[in-house]
Design a protein around this ligand. Structure first.
Ligand code: SAM
Length: 275
């Protein structure tokens, strides 16, 4: 027999499971943040082989009363593909290994001088409480006239917010730079894209991580990274790389081609960066 809302028992439970899965979706972000803050990827990497549950809680100095919670979190992260679970799950013999995702959390310090990409900074930014908070204002933003979510939540657009909060400007710049580290992998097969170009302007190019990769791959190409003065003001270039500060809504330096990466993804971004 159907319930009052016309659902049979299996539909009810499926609906409930789906709702709860979405309701607890934030736990994916929070457990990832925990693993990153604890440096678990570095711990496993330095260990040189899968680390057992007992070894992990000992290394993390988890109080005995809370070790079972760590096991739950590690299994949750394993279920989500962040770590691989090896060994037997009974008797505390379970062990954790790195996956492609957690290898991208290994810090530069653990890699000791190698230049492997590390995406921890962009996770740090995305999981920051202040920056997450703005999403509580989605309703107010979408039903009101204010142009950006930042303005609803913090009283100013993202550019102004970052200018007034230099610590977030650094978090933001590092996050963007970490995302851009992966670009050089894509460049290997892209030479045709840059053929015939002498100059390129990377508009909203941040601190120049993408531009540096392109400069290395195409040393004859001259690249200008154009971004807000607060972002590029203190940066100096090299042979074929230079930094220019300015506002892209007023003008941009002349070049054979323009690169826009993570800039103007949609109409909202135009307003988002207005001061
Ligand atoms: C989402 S980030 C992308 C950074 C970089 N392209 C990347 O992919 O890592 C957007 C960039 O646009 C810059 N930006 C925002 N408004 C701007 C403006 N009016 N003129 C120039 N740059 C601007 C920001 O400072 C920021 O560095």
């Amino acid at each position: 027999m159907g319930s009052a809302n016309g659902l049979d028992a299996s539909e009810l439970f499926e609906g409930q499971a789906l709702l709860y899965m979405n309701m607890f979706g934030f736990l994916q972000t929070m457990s990832l943040k925990w693993a990153m803050q604890q440096g678990i990827a570095d711990i496993i990497y330095n260990h040189g082989k899968p680390i057992t549950f007992t070894e992990l809680v000992t290394t993390l100095q988890i109080p005995p009363a809370k070790t079972s919670l760590v096991k739950r979190l590690m299994r949750f992260l394993g279920h989500n593909g962040i770590f691989a679970i090896a060994g037997e799950e009974e008797e505390d013999h379970e062990a954790y290994d790195l996956t492609p995702a957690s290898k991208l959390l290994i810090s530069k310090a653990a890699h000791a001088g190698r230049s492997d990409p590390c995406l921890a900074p962009i996770i740090r930014m995305s999981a920051d409480p202040l920056l997450i908070n703005k999403f509580h204002q989605l309703g107010e933003f979408l039903s009101g006239d204010v142009e950006t979510l930042y303005e609803v939540a913090y009283g100013k657009p993202v550019g102004g917010f970052l200018k007034d909060n230099p610590e977030y400007q650094s978090i933001f710049n590092e996050a963007m730079a970490s995302d851009s580290q992966l670009v050089h992998l894509a460049l290997k097969n892209c030479s045709s894209v840059f053929e015939g170009l002498d100059t390129l302007v990377d508009v909203g190019g941040g601190t120049g991580t993408t531009a540096r990769s392109i400069c290395e791959a195409f040393p004859k190409l001259k690249i200008v990274v154009y971004d807000l003065p607060q972002v590029v003001g203190n940066l100096s270039g090299s042979n074929n790389l230079s930094f220019v500060g300015g506002d892209m809504f007023k003008s941009i330096p002349e070049a054979d081609a323009v690169l826009l990466k993570w800039v103007l993804h949609d109409g909202q971004m135009k307003f988002a960066y207005k001061f």
